[in-house]
Design a protein. Structure first.
Length: 274
């Protein structure tokens, strides 16, 4: 009965995760604005809900996709669960999806659909989609038509017990105790651990009461960031080879390490010092 109970708990928390929205009458106002901007009434609601004054604001997200993907590294994602617990994770790996000519992007050729609408909304809008009909991936829109950054991995900082609960509730088979580095080291694991589902699609990171970002403390320098190819995008010609994945070098919470690229960086570093 245990897995069934877990499943029910997961469904319940998925339902509750909508509870950070204003009451239903305010929801209609939100839906009435196709460009994703919420009415002043609901903005005020979110502002009064939010306690965190140091959060990253709209101007942070309003930068070109590649630059945003790098700027995310070291920043902290905060998720407030329906029961009031807060989960914190430091972003350690991202991928840039540029839209337009980017063959691996959901918005390639400027294609806008119901599913990818968030990619065309203002910078800082969440684009959450489902893969294989079960897992979720979370992206954040940037400057540029249809451009967004995929959050690939987090280093868990706070609320690790809650992350473990959420991860085990969404996994099949006997629950093995997950190590810290296994909680958020991949885009769908990250979404499981933070209780992110389709209900978060099109939400605004600068306005939402259940999810936002705050500045990290020790932000990486250029020499700490590995730029390499994106993961799992299949046969996309030259776009499969472009260095549009960025991660913190030496961080054990990254999903996939590129040893070759790291060796190259180390050699380059030595030659420039000598």
């Amino acid at each position: 009965t245990m897995p069934r109970k877990r499943k029910l708990l997961a469904q319940l928390s998925a339902l509750q995760s909508n509870s950070s929205f204003p009451p239903f009458d305010a929801l209609e106002n939100l839906n009435a604005t196709p460009d994703g901007d919420s009415s002043p009434k609901s903005s005020k609601y979110f502002a009064t809900e939010k306690k965190n004054s140091s959060q990253l604001e709209a101007d942070f997200f309003n930068q070109p996709c590649i630059s945003l993907a790098k700027s995310f590294l070291g920043q902290i994602l905060v998720r407030k669960l329906p029961d009031g617990r807060e989960l914190w994770g430091r972003i350690v790996e991202t991928e840039a999806y540029l839209g337009g000519e980017d063959e691996a992007s959901h918005s390639k050729g400027g294609k806008q659909t119901q599913r990818n609408a968030a990619m065309f909304m203002k910078p800082g809008t969440l684009y959450v989609y489902q893969i294989y009909g079960i897992h979720f991936c979370m992206n954040v829109s940037s400057q540029g038509e249809g451009a967004a950054v995929l959050l690939r991995s987090l280093e868990p900082l706070q609320g690790l017990d809650a992350m473990r609960e959420l991860r085990s509730a969404s996994r099949k088979g006997p629950a093995k105790l997950l190590k810290d580095w296994q909680l958020c080291n991949g885009p769908s694991k990250l979404c499981q651990a933070f209780g992110i589902n389709k209900a978060f699609d099109q939400r605004d990171l600068t306005q939402d009461a259940a999810i936002w970002m705050i500045p990290g403390h020790d932000l990486p320098g250029e020499q700490d960031v590995v730029a390499t190819t994106r993961i799992g995008i299949g046969n996309r010609g030259e776009w499969a080879q472009k260095p549009l994945r960025f991660y913190l070098r030496g961080n054990k919470f990254v999903s996939v390490v590129d040893k070759k690229m790291e060796t190259k960086m180390a050699e380059k570093g030595q030659s420039s010092c000598s």
